[in-house]
Every structure is written in structure tokens, then in C-alpha cells.
Design a protein around this ligand. Structure first.
Ligand code: UD1
Length: 366
């Protein structure tokens, strides 16, 4: 089975790496790795391939940054040329970024079956670009690989036949469990940033709703600044967020809080090491809600909703919204020792990629 595995943006890489590895180790599969280059900075892309032991992609599509429609369209145009020249038997996409939707749409139009890894997650918030990507990718998919059981009810509600759905677990956690020891041993990030294990906060923010509006971003920075009066706060800044700091003239607000430390986006191993030793993580990322749950580190999600409710019901995640007062109050609670504990959800066990490959083999035989 010739399988095109498409990745485009940072959170795709750790989800696809274990699948590529499992496909390559299984006779009968011929995977081809295609990078759309939605993310292209070395710090957003290349470092992950190196650290995750991913092969160099067979093809790069050179898509880059653009508005949502244009970016999606560019991926479609370029990926369509690829499948027209050398038609795969199957296309595999992961997550919910624009590249995910675009590749699935190309395959569906050419009647090539699509598999969606991380199917069925729903925030029920259609103002999030990712929600549209999730719904549309799922509806076009022949095989839907889910990370948690709540996804099954979401898919059933949308009329998706349960016979197409496979509960396999979380391949992002496959990567985490595989590289955890190495991150501990190899990363010097704590020393580099002068941080003490269990006595600092780690932050990421990049969602349009949080960073593209001046008042919202200033409010979040104010809350982080207040927490930085208690503990050092390390904030690796996504390029999108960095651009907004400049555009909105927020450097003054930042300078008022010496405990607030900014750095460029970090590689996989450094970020994993920093998450594992943090006292608290604050984020608007999807994947980090899952990773902190498995690491047992408290996480405050700075969003009004989450498509990953299992991280709240079973894990260490608390949805706190974006009100600065609430963020500070919940943050101080954790710093006073009131820490939410949790457990890893079912099948977040390091073997999800193996289940996907087994399901693909079975589907191919049918
Ligand atoms: C994308 C995904 C989001 C994911 C995030 C992880 C969509 C709709 N969004 O958001 O789901 O959580 O990736 O990071 O697909 N930029 C660079 N260098 C890069 C990449 C981006 O400078 O390598 C800058 C550009 O100014 C670009 C902006 O970041 O316009 C946003 O990039 P884009 O890929 O459009 O969306 P993300 O915010 O990264």
C-alpha cells in the first residue's frame, strides 16, 4: 500500500513521527512523507525532524504563510500535482491545521481514501479555524482514528458511520513516552534559563483569539506578569505572537515584569524537559493540554473551551478562560500547593501508531 503521509505545521510532526516509523517497519507499506511547509522556520520545523528521528520528507511543497483560504488553496494546488504524478493508495493526515484539511480535500476529490489521525475532537466553537478543519476532514475520511472515547459520540452525532472509526489512542503521546528519558538526559534547558526544578511556570500562547486582539493580549500579559512576581515565567514565543507584541507596542508592559522571560520557540526535547519539571503550565495549545496530563503537571488552559475534555475529566487540565483575574487566582492556587492530579487516558500508552498500522493493514485486506 502506497501511503502519502502529509504534515505541515509544528504539532503535526510529533503525531506523524511514530506512524512513519511503524509504517516503515511493516512489510507491505510504502510510506511517502510530504511536508507542505505551512511552518518553515527552522525552529518551527527542522528541529523536530532532527529530534524525533523523522526521515527527511520525500517532498516539500513550499506553501508558507498566507491567509487561511490562500494557504489552504496553495496546499491543494501543490499536493494535487503530487498525487496526479504518482497516485498513492491512501492519504494519511493528522490533527487540525490548514494542511490537514487541504490534503484530505485533494485526496477526496481524486477518490483516494483518506485516514484522519485525531478524528472526532470538537470544541463546538466554529470561530476557531481548527474546528472547521476537524469537521470537514472527518466527513471526508474513510478511516477515522480517535484519541479518546468522547470523539465517538461527536462523530456519531454528525452521522459518521461507526464502522469507519477506530479507537487507537494518541500518537503524540507515543512520541512523548519514547523521548521522555532522552529529554531528561540531553536537555540543558533548565540550566540555560536558570530555572529550578518545580519552581517555575511555562507558557505558550498563539491562538488568534488570544494574540490577534490588542486588549486580549495585553490582559493575558498582565496576568502572566502578576504570576511572574511569584515565580519565574518562561515564555517561548511563537512567531505569530512575537509579531503581535511588536505591532501592539506591548514591549513596555513586558519590561515591567522582570520575572517574565521570553525566548524563541524551543525544540522538542528542551520543551519536553521544561514541561516535565514545571510547577505549572499555562497554554492555549491543544497538544500541551494532553502532554501535561501524561506528565502529571498542572495545566491551565487559557481558552473558553477545549476539544480535549478528557484532559479535564481524567487529567491535570483546568479550563480557566481568558479573564486575567481568574487566571491569576487559579495560578496562585496551584502555586500554594493546590495541584490537580490525574491519570493518562486509555490507550495513551505509547502504542497508538502500532494500532493505526494494524488497522490500515486490516482495512487493506478487506
Ligand atoms: C497553526 C495552526 C494551529 C496550530 C499552530 C501550531 C492552522 C489553522 N493553525 O497556527 O492549529 O496550533 O499552527 O503552531 O493551521 N510564521 C512564521 N514562521 C513559520 C510559521 C509561521 O513566521 O514557520 C508566522 C507567519 O507570520 C504566519 C503566522 O506565523 O503568518 C501564523 O502561521 P500559520 O501557519 O498561519 O498559523 P499558526 O498560528 O502557526
Amino acid at each position: 500500500m502506497k501511503i502519502d503521509c502529509v504534515v505541515g505545521a509544528r504539532p503535526n510532526f510529533m503525531k506523524m513521527a511514530p506512524i512513519i516509523e511503524a509504517l516503515r517497519a511493516t512489510p507491505g507499506f510504502e510510506p511517502r512523507l510530504i511536508h507542505t511547509e505551512q511552518h518553515y522556520d527552522a525552529a518551527m520545523s527542522k528541529v523536530f525532524f532532527d529530534e524525533l528521528g523523522m526521515p527527511v520528507p520525500d517532498l516539500f511543497l513550499g506553501v508558507g504563510s498566507a491567509g487561511h483560504s490562500e494557504q489552504t488553496a496553495r496546499v491543494m494546488i501543490e499536493f494535487d500535482k503530487v498525487v496526479a504524478a504518482d497516485r498513492p493508495d491512501f492519504v494519511l493526515v493528522v490533527g487540525d491545521v490548514n494542511s490537514t484539511l487541504a490534503a484530505a480535500l485533494v485526496a477526496a476529490k481524486r477518490l483516494i481514501p483518506v485516514g484522519h489521525v485525531e478524528a472526532g475532537l470538537r470544541s463546538f466553537d466554529r470561530t476557531m479555524p481548527e474546528e472547521i478543519n476537524r469537521i470537514l476532514t472527518d466527513v471526508m475520511s474513510e478511516l477515522l482514528f480517535t484519541t479518546s472515547e468522547d470523539a465517538h459520540a461527536n462523530l456519531a452525532r454528525e452521522g459518521i458511520d461507526a464502522a469507519r472509526v477506530r479507537f487507537v489512542g494518541n500518537t503524540m503521546i507515543d512520541s512523548l513516552l519514547k523521548h521522555r528519558e532522552r529529554a531528561r538526559a540531553a536537555s540543558t534547558a533548565l540550566a540555560t534559563f536558570g530555572l529550578e526544578r518545580g519552581r517555575y511556570l511555562l507558557v505558550t500562547l498563539h491562538r488568534p483569539a488570544n494574540v490577534d486582539e490588542p486588549a486580549a493580549l495585553a490582559g493575558l500579559l498582565g496576568a502572566l506578569g502578576r504570576l511572574a512576581d511569584e515565580r519565574p515565567v518562561l515564555f517561548p514565543v511563537h512567531p505569530r505572537t512575537r509579531a503581535r507584541f511588536r505591532e501592539f507596542g506591548l514591549e513596555g508592559e513586558i519590561a515591567r515584569h522582570p520575572g517574565l522571560r521570553f525566548t524563541d520557540p524551543l525544540g522538542y526535547l528542551d520543551f519536553l524537559a521544561l514541561m516535565e519539571s514545571a510547577e505549572l503550565v499555562l497554554t492555549d495549545s491543544g497538544g500541551i493540554q494532553e502532554e501535561t496530563t501524561v506528565l502529571g503537571v498542572p495545566c491551565l488552559t487559557l481558552r473558553p473551551n477545549t476539544e480535549r475534555p478528557v484532559t479535564i475529566s481524567e487529567g491535570t487540565n483546568i479550563l480557566v478562560g481568558t479573564d486575567p483575574g481568574r487566571i491569576v487566582a487559579e495560578g496562585l492556587k496551584v502555586l500554594s500547593g493546590d495541584r490537580k492530579t490525574g491519570r493518562a487516558p486509555r490507550y495513551w500508552d505509547g502504542r497508538a501508531a502500532g494500532r493505526i498500522v494494524a488497522a490500515l493493514a486490516e482495512w487493506g485486506r478487506a
